[in-house]
Write a protein that binds this ligand. Structure first.
Ligand SMILES: Nc1nc2c(ncn2[C@@H]2O[C@H](COP(=O)(O)OP(=O)(O)OP(=O)(O)O)[C@@H](O)[C@H]2O)c(=O)[nH]1
Ligand SMILES: [Mg+2]
Ligand SMILES: [Zn+2]
Length: 361
């Protein structure tokens, strides 16, 4: 196995120099269970377990290795597994807040180049949920696209597409049907050998079905959504990294039950670039777009340019982020700071970059 097939590059090789000196070898996490990690190394597939020392340095959930991570292991021992001694710095990561009182971060996948945010065009379809995913994806350090699957079940595809493209300006939106394989070509073209892609979305949206189509065989188990409420059955139960025939690396994930936000506000500018741009026209620079006179955002809702539910959702997500931030302030004090002040500047930059990307594509 050549590690460059898994995304290893000169930069990582250099970062690993010190670890080589300590007798460690690099490998990528392809699956993790509670105790053991399935790793791909130059020697092929091996099983790893955290060394006591590494476990000791993990103070939060997010410190533990996850699928997509590069780790250093010590080849040895006869116990059937190798000890994982270090986790390398992540280049990107998609995280959410873990359910519960304490704000802890769960890293769903690490070192990803592109996130595919999958929504189903059946009962699952939810702009509100897409806003959440885009907010988190905007913070991940990876690129992202929206994939609307089950186009075969949608009566007004053009309407849905144009409304989404308007709201998430610059974010590529693809409509496909993994069932009848329509619209798959532009998706296939996204996958570049040696780059890493993660599929995210609720259970039953068809993440595994799409990957099976890309693999060209029904390798991953899928199952129908429930007749009763159209929800998925949580068929995929663990995250899994695999190679497509063209050499791209994909990670399938179990449907997330909830997507709680753990963000600094930068992600929000991705999900609500339209609102952030309008906000520049508000009379007061610290306008909260709730009741102020001369509010350009409220005016846009009034004249129908922005749906009222979208502004409600913006307020809700902003409150959620602020709430979670205040809970985890200590942890994030130095790592991430809230910068609501600069948010419209960011939105402008994002829009500019997006336009450029669209032009360059
Ligand atoms: N009509 C229609 N059904 C689809 C399409 N793609 C997938 N399905 C069906 O949707 C169901 C769920 O698909 P899965 O691929 O298991 O969904 P998943 O997102 O991997 O779900 P979890 O593993 O539970 O997170 C299966 O019965 C698929 O056959 C599509 O394009 N159109
Ligand atoms: Mg699945
Ligand atoms: Zn305003």
């Amino acid at each position: 196995m050549d590690l460059s097939d898994l995304g290893w590059n000169d930069e990582r090789e250099e970062q690993f120099t010190e670890h080589y000196k300590c007798g460690l070898f690099p490998a990528r996490v392809i699956e993790s269970t509670r105790l053991f990690y399935k790793l791909l190394s130059e020697k092929g597939e091996i099983t790893g377990k955290l060394s006591g020392k590494l476990r000791y340095t993990c103070s939060s959930k997010s410190d533990f290795p996850t699928v997509g991570d590069w780790i250093g292991y010590k080849p040895s021992n006869n116990k059937g597994f190798v000890p994982i001694q270090v986790r390398m710095e992540r280049e990107s990561a998609f995280s959410r807040k873990v359910a519960g009182k304490v704000s802890d971060e769960q890293v769903i996948a690490a070192n990803i180049d592109t996130i595919l945010i999958v929504n189903g065009l059946d009962q699952d379809f939810s702009i509100r949920r897409i806003e959440r995913y885009v907010t988190l994806a905007g913070e991940s350090g990876a690129g992202f696209v929206i994939v609307l699957n089950k186009a075969d079940l949608c009566k007004d595809l053009e309407g849905v597409l144009s409304s989404l493209r308007e709201q998430f300006e610059g974010v590529p939106v693809h409509a496909i049907s993994a069932l009848d394989e329509s619209g798959l070509e532009p998706i296939r073209e996204l996958f570049v050998p040696g780059r890493t892609y993660v599929f995210l979305g609720s259970s039953g949206v068809g993440k595994s079905t799409i990957i099976n189509r890309l693999l060209g065989e029904d390798r991953i188990r899928t199952s129908s959504v429930s007749d009763h409420d159209g929800r998925g059955r949580h068929t995929t139960t663990s995250k899994n990294l695999m190679l497509l025939p063209n050499g791209a690396i994909v990670i399938d994930t179990p449907g997330l039950r909830e997507v709680q936000l753990l963000a600094s506000g930068a992600g929000l500018a991705h999900a609500f670039a339209d609102i952030e741009m309008l906000a520049e026209g508000c009379r007061f620079t610290d306008c909260t777009h709730t009741s102020e006179p001369g509010c350009a955002v409220l005016a846009a809702v009034e004249n129908g340019a922005i749906p009222g539910e979208r502004l409600d959702s913006y307020h809700k997500l902003k409150r959620e982020i602020e709430h979670n931030l205040s809970k985890s302030e200590a942890r994030f004090k130095n790592k991430r700071s809230p910068f609501w002040k600069n948010i419209s500047k960011q939105a402008r930059m994002i829009k500019k970059n997006n336009r450029k990307n669209v032009r360059d594509r």
